[in-house]
Design a protein. Structure first.
Length: 77
C-alpha cells in the first residue's frame, strides 16, 4: 500500500510538471502555443496512468510468480 501511494504521488507530481507550462502560458508568464500546452498536458495525463498501471502490473505479476511460495508448496532444500 505504501509503495502504491508513493508511486501515485510521484506520478501526480510528474503530471503536474507537464501541466505547468500550459498554466503559465495561460497566465502570460511564458510564451507557449495552446497546441504545445495541450500536448504537454496530454503527455502528463498518459504518463500518470502508465506509471500507475506499470506498478500495478508489477505487483500483481510478482504476486502470481510467488504464489507457490506463499502457499508453502515450494520444495524445501
Amino acid at each position: 500500500i505504501r509503495g502504491f501511494y508513493a508511486m501515485a504521488v510521484l506520478a501526480g507530481f510528474l503530471n503536474r510538471i507537464f501541466a505547468l507550462p500550459a498554466k503559465l502560458g495561460a497566465m502570460d508568464v511564458i510564451t507557449i502555443s495552446k497546441g504545445t500546452g495541450a500536448f504537454l498536458e496530454t503527455i502528463g495525463i498518459w504518463s500518470f496512468f502508465i506509471v500507475i498501471t506499470g506498478f500495478a502490473v508489477w505487483v500483481i505479476g510478482t504476486f502470481f510468480m510467488n504464489i507457490r511460495r506463499l502457499k508453502g508448496e515450494e520444495a524445501k532444500s
